[in-house]
Design a protein around this ligand. Structure first.
Ligand code: SF4
Length: 329
């Protein structure tokens, strides 16, 4: 393999600017029997070219069910790993191997292993935003779309370590009365939303319904009318045609599908908190998700690289908690 590509983590090959990339991607998908899955947080043109768009739960289900020979996962690395775990016989392509996740990075397998050893008798529940190595140390995986349902399968007094998203774990503790031990991880995008920014938008748009993702901090969730996954937000907006304005506290990529599904509704994305003096990230977008470009998808299909592999020993243990989640949700 080209050394430069290996170092970059994606195929950096010039593409003839006169070609219609969307058309060519669809042609290659057909020719190679590939299914193209995209997360709601990817850019609009990637969502438009995909066979299927969804949140982590829907994408995991799709990966488990597809008959296609090849899967192109346009999301971040742990999502491609999840596809590979569920469909080990298929080639799983990830258009850019450097598309990581700050939340997955906040929990290293060796640290979780040590924490487990310090807490014998505890079950481990992990958010899907984790590496395969962390999943291999896990009893059951959850997503923001099914966490409450999956958690209900555990007795109320079960001793549980929940990670890596502190905010999601804290929310489950608050609604279920559990006292799970929480890992102190978080998503750098969702942690930047503030109550102040939401209140300011609400003053400007008093009729707007506030929707917030469960990865947001507790004070943000406390002022939200609707709390849930991206799929839950979409379903709510579709089910309430009488509501014409929403304030959205999650990664801004979801606005593409919200707007497509509800064209006569106005969605106001919450800007992230910017630290005093205007210093700090002023972006409510995930830079990892935005690494999926049409050019990279086209090249990954052309060269069938980069593909994602998981160590077979890790894969054997990591797939079990995902399958358990799919059975329970
Ligand atoms: S938005 Fe946050 S949790 Fe989602 S992939 Fe990006 S860094 Fe990870």
């Amino acid at each position: 393999m080209n050394k430069e590509w290996t170092e970059k983590g994606f195929v950096d090959e010039p593409v003839d600017e006169s070609i219609d990339l969307k058309k060519e991607i669809r042609r290659l998908c057909k020719e190679k029997d590939a299914v193209l899955l995209a997360h709601y947080y990817t850019v609009g043109e990637v969502q438009e070219v995909a066979d299927f768009i969804g949140d982590s739960l829907a994408l995991a289900r799709k990966a488990a069910q597809t008959d296609a020979k090849m899967i192109v996962m346009c999301g971040v690395h742990f999502m491609a790993e999840t596809c590979k775990l569920l469909s080990p016989e298929k080639k799983v392509l990830c258009p850019d191997l450097t598309a990581g996740c700050s939340l997955a990075d906040s929990c290293k397998a060796e640290d979780l292993k040590e924490f487990k050893e310090q807490h014998p008798g505890y079950k481990v529940v992990s958010y899907v935003n984790t590496t395969a190595a962390v999943k291999a140390l896990t009893d059951v995986v959850v997503t923001s779309g099914n966490a409450e349902k999956v958690m209900a399968s555990f007795p109320k007094d079960e001793k549980i370590i929940f990670g890596p998203d502190y905010n999601l774990g804290n929310y489950i503790n608050s609604v279920s009365g559990r006292q799970m031990l929480l890992w102190n991880g978080g998503c750098h995008v969702h942690e930047k939303f503030s109550v102040e920014a939401i209140v300011k938008l609400k003053e400007e748009h008093p009729e707007a319904v506030v929707m917030a993702h469960l990865e947001c901090k507790a004070p943000v969730l406390a002022v939200a009318d609707v709390k849930g996954s991206t799929a839950a937000m979409l379903n709510y907006a579709k089910a309430h045609p009488e509501t014409k304005e929403y304030i959205i506290a999650t990664e801004a990529g979801i606005l593409h599908e919200l707007q497509r599904s509800c064209p006569d509704v106005t969605f106001y994305p919450v800007p992230p908190e910017v630290s005093e003096g205007g210093v700090g990230c002023s972006c409510n977008e995930c830079e990892y998700m935005k690494k999926n470009t049409l050019k990279k998808i086209y090249n990954t299909l052309r060269y069938e690289w980069p593909s994602v592999e998981v160590d077979p020993e890790i894969a054997r243990d990591a797939v079990k908690p995902i399958e358990r989640m799919l059975e329970l949700s």
